[in-house]
Design a protein around this ligand. Structure first.
Ligand code: SAH
Ligand code: SF4
Ligand code: F3S
Length: 469
């Protein structure tokens, strides 16, 4: 077994020699499949993995049962996310019994954690290679070593993101693209595993980001989503300091980019210059994802969020006063250790005051290694589930009201796909990130069109095509 922990920056690494060897010795007539868990960061990492797989000569496929190589890109954020991965690795174990040549790799956030890595090594002897979030570029070499030796290959790095940046991406869509602007997180919210899986915050240089986006625009990208755990602190780690809003202004000037989105923002770092960007930049989408987590200032302090309920409400008021039409989205968590009924009522009060357009709601999950893991006052499961239900009972009618307010309006829609529910319809997103379904020709996929909104429920809009731009 080759277990390699390294802090070095392998800038002289020659990935092409490994890619070429896999291409000639291993991949002919072989299929590969990537199973992705977790957030947009992981989705984008999987696009990079798919890019390498294709370069190595594998034929990509969606069905792991038909594949010769399966890679599971994992998420660690909640216990349930890890359990799903273990379930899948169990299925792959059975598959390998019937198909001994099957190669199986595990990567992503879970593999950055020693506990999860040890568990995978102990329970799943069917796993052939393990790598982490910082060294996707290592895949060709690890794969070769695995074929050469038949032994488990492990390589986990704390740093060396530069080489991941140099990789291309086999993007799922040509007209909307993810772009990393920074990695890692320094916030250490007491419930969160991400700083341990993604490491310390680092920003990519603005010129590298701009040149990537210019290239994307040339190739037909209309919408970019800038990715980072806390985009508002973009630039702080760079020698030449630059604010996130400055980066937005630069991106906004790129010809062909019609929509800019970003995620995720931290409420403590939302600054006035960013709020004004929403007023001044025509192609900055009218949508802000600003996770609040909880409404009780006492709980927010225990979470190490560095803002109070009042701070959050003040910022929201300011955002709405500058841009009354902005759609607001948030993340909410119930059952953080020590959360009392009174604390929870503060969350309900906050969501009623803000009236979020959409939200992601979670039940607190204990993550080993985080500060809150050892808290003695964990909230019983039944209470957590009960609060979760009460929270969504408040959120959904508000979402419904917000969506219904769109009825009668003509909205710009980036057409993304055929509707998942009705093959005769198209689906797309408004600037406010609202999902809308309408009848239209498949040729419109990848274009921005005007749609007249005719109906709405808590989760999406319905409409009729107006005109083609
Ligand atoms: N960087 C982003 C969030 C990344 S994780 C931010 O700071 O906003 C996405 C969401 O998962 C978080 O906003 C939080 O609501 C949720 N989450 C994180 N850790 C969790 C845990 N231990 N249990 C339940 N939900 C969690
Ligand atoms: Fe996790 Fe907090 Fe960092 Fe978001 S800001 S990734 S919730 S530690
Ligand atoms: Fe994302 Fe999950 Fe990692 S939320 S950063 S894939 S732990």
């Amino acid at each position: 077994m080759n277990e390699n922990y390294s802090l070095v920056h392998d800038l002289n690494y020659n990935i092409d020699s490994y890619i070429n060897r896999v291409r000639s010795e291993i991949s002919p007539n072989k299929k590969a499949c990537v199973i992705t868990h977790g957030c947009q960061m992981n989705e984008h990492d999987s696009e990079k993995i798919n890019w390498i797989l294709e370069k190595m000569g594998f034929q990509l496929c969606d069905n792991f049962e038909d594949s010769d190589l399966v890679l599971v890109n994992t998420c660690s954020v909640r216990h349930s996310a890890e359990d799903k991965v273990y379930g899948q690795l169990g299925v792959l174990k059975h598959l390998k019994e019937a198909k001994p040549d099957l190669k199986c790799g595990v990567c992503g956030c879970m593999m950055q954690r020693k506990e999860s890595r040890e568990y995978v090594k102990e329970k799943f002897e069917n796993v052939d290679l393990i790598f982490g979030t910082n060294n996707i570029w290592k895949l060709p070499e690890l794969l070769l070593d695995s074929y050469d030796t038949g032994k488990l290959q492990i390589d986990i790095r704390e740093k060396t993101k530069q080489l991941n940046d140099d990789l291309g991406a086999n993007r799922l869509y040509s007209y909307k693209s993810y772009v990393n602007i920074m990695y890692g997180c320094n916030n250490f919210c007491t419930y969160c595993i991400v700083p341990y899986t993604r490491g310390r915050e680092t920003s990519r240089k603005p010129e590298d980001i701009i040149s990537e986006i210019k290239n994307l625009a040339k190739n037909g990208t209309l919408e970019v989503t800038l990715l980072g755990q806390n985009v508002n602190s973009y630039g702080k780690t760079l020698e030449d300091k630059i604010r996130f809003s400055d980066l937005l202004y630069k991106i906004s000037d790129i010809k062909g980019i019609e929509r800019i989105r970003f995620m995720t923002s931290h409420p403590k770092d939302i600054s006035d210059d960013l709020i004004y960007a929403f007023r001044d930049l025509k192609n900055l989408s009218n949508f802000l994802h600003l996770p609040v987590q909880a409404g009780s200032s006492r709980v927010l302090k225990l979470m190490n969020r560095n803002y109070t309920k009042e701070d959050y409400l003040r910022k929201i008021d300011k955002i709405k006063s500058i841009n009354p039409d902005i759609a607001l989205c948030t993340d909410l968590m119930v059952g953080f250790p020590g959360e009392t009924e009174e604390d929870f009522l503060e969350t309900l009060d906050l969501v009623k005051k803000v009236e979020f357009d959409t939200s992601f709601t979670f039940i607190y999950s204990r993550r080993e290694g985080t500060k809150a893991y050892n808290a003695v006052d964990q909230v019983p499961d039944k209470v957590k589930h009960d609060r979760f239900q009460r929270l969504i009972d408040i959120l959904y009618p508000i979402q419904n009201k917000k969506n219904k307010a769109f009825i009668g309006r003509d909205v710009d829609v980036l057409v993304e796909d055929v509707s998942k529910k009705d093959a005769n319809k198209l689906s797309g997103r408004t600037e406010e990130f609202k999902l809308i379904n309408f009848e239209g020709n498949k040729d419109l996929i990848g274009k921005i069109v005007k749609v007249h909104v005719t109906d709405a429920n808590s989760f999406n809009l319905k409409g009729e095509l107006c005109q083609i731009r």
